[in-house]
Design a protein around this ligand. Structure first.
Ligand code: PHE
Length: 454
């Protein structure tokens, strides 16, 4: 069956536009907020190494698979999987894989927005100069004052959801391309500045480098391995259809391999820089590496509070972080919105409002788990921890597993070969081994290991 050359939602204006948008999706809170704190909680080096291996051996091939499936199907992930399965004479139930993704994106957005709201609150705190000369204790109490107040958290969460909805309602290309083009390099520059500042701490910088890059496997639990793998999916926006739906707006001429590599390198670079900026501060100020989700909010203000121009740079940093989170949030709900528009004949605007409102409501659970609901637990986890665990550690890798099976086993070799550039034939062979055997086996082993079965 022949496929439409373009999606009904339009197409990226160039290869660059796609790289920027997909990088905008990948680079976000996952890199700057989550990577440092889970690295701290899971003992450093060995965790980072497992994470990097997962990125290369599982993340990269699955990213290529998602882009390929999206570009071939040219629809939202649910319909794409449905029609690609029919093309191969397979069962249409593969569409449910698209559904897992839609659900995961929506669940992630509900808590992502609460954390992005905290970053938004910090833009104002930083610009108003409250971090000047701040002590570690002072930084901690500023953060605690924010999260212990449900009203304030709720207000910032609401503002973040609204700005996200406004952009989604206007369509993926409007605004997104331009924003990412300028803001990503600026964020990179401020991170470099922070790393430069942290490098001045001398011995503590060395200690941080050792912490991040010296692998001590005795520190590594099976849950840590699961978290590292889950984070590889989370940080590259894989396993739920975000990259697939962006791929559906991509031109046939683009080399999938090149764009996937560019996105992965940019994403990994930002995460490692964030680690190098934060850990020297943690050691120099005698803070705990296992501080949890508040880590960046409790450490970075100390650096901004003591460097020249820190009020400006601090404000800019949190502003850019909000933009990075926002370009990720957009991609979290794009699959759902595209589905509503294509299948339910709803306008883009209405679809955005519906999804935004639902995610906002569910977000209340996360808002409360930092304060009045901190004792509401299930399986020993707060609502926020539970949503995070369920989505990042279970749903995304599971989605990724089935995407790998679909691309490697359901889709015929002819079809997938056609989507890749023939000049890279040997790369295609490597990809096929990774997607058929390595990625699915690795994901299953990590799952079984975490459940204690092996
Ligand atoms: N990759 C984003 C980040 O690191 C989060 C995300 C996950 C976005 C899944 C889309 C899909 O912040």
């Amino acid at each position: 069956m022949s496929r439409p050359a373009q999606s009904i939602h339009g197409q990226w204006s160039s290869r660059w536009a796609f790289i920027l948008a997909a990088t905008g999706s990948a680079v976000g809170l996952g890199n700057i907020w989550k990577f440092p704190y889970i690295t701290g909680e899971n003992g450093g080096g060995a965790f980072v190494l497992v994470y990097l291996i997962c990125l290369a051996a599982i993340g990269l091939p699955i990213m290529m698979a998602e882009i390929m499936l999206g570009r071939r199907g040219r629809q939202n992930p649910v319909n794409t999987l449905h029609s690609l399965a029919l093309d191969e004479n397979r069962h249409p139930n593969w569409k449910y894989l698209g559904w897992i993704g839609v659900l995961a994106g929506f669940l992630i957005l509900s808590y992502y927005s609460v954390i992005a709201g905290q970053a938004l609150a910090y833009v104002f705190r930083a610009f108003s100069g409250v971090f000047e000369g701040v002590t570690p204790d002072g930084a901690r109490s500023i953060y605690n004052a924010l999260i212990s107040d449900p009203e304030r958290l709720l207000a910032w969460h609401t503002i973040f959801i609204i700005i996200t909805m406004i952009v989604v309602a206007r369509g993926v290309q409007g605004g997104l391309e331009k924003t990412v083009k300028f803001l990503m390099p600026a964020l990179f520059a401020i991170l470099l500045l922070l790393v430069g500042y942290s490098a001045n701490t001398g011995v503590y910088f060395d200690q941080a480098v050792g912490f991040l890059f010296q692998a001590d496997f005795s520190q590594l639990s099976s849950t840590a391995v699961l978290t590292a793998m889950g984070h590889a999916f989370f940080t590259l926006s894989l396993g739920m259809g975000a990259i697939m739906v962006y791929g559906s707006y991509l031109s046939k001429k683009t080399s999938i391999l090149k764009v996937a590599i560019a996105i992965s390198i940019a994403d990994t670079g930002v995460a490692l820089l964030a680690g190098l900026a934060i850990f020297p501060l943690v050691f120099a100020n005698d803070l705990s590496v296992g501080a949890g989700p508040g880590l960046i909010f409790e450490t970075l203000p100390i650096a901004f509070g003591h460097m020249t121009g820190g009020t400006f740079f601090g404000g800019m940093f949190f502003l850019l972080l909000v933009f990075a989170a926002w370009s990720s949030a957009i991609s979290l709900i794009e699959p759902t919105v595209a589905w509503l528009v294509e299948n339910r004949n709803v306008s883009r605007r209405r679809a955005s409002v519906m999804v935004g409102f639902a995610a906002w409501s569910l977000g209340l659970l996360t808002v409360f788990s930092f304060n009045i609901g901190s004792t509401w637990t299930l399986f020993g986890k707060t609502m926020f921890d539970l949503l995070d665990y369920l989505t990042a550690n279970i749903m995304l890798p599971l989605g990724g597993l089935f995407i790998a099976i679909f691309a490697g086993w359901i889709m015929s070799q002819n079809t997938s070969n056609e989507e890749f550039d023939i000049r890279y034939n040997f790369v295609y062979q490597i990809w096929r081994v990774l997607i058929r055997f390595v990625a699915p086996a690795a994901i299953m082993i990590v799952f079984l290991n975490a459940t204690g079965l092996i």
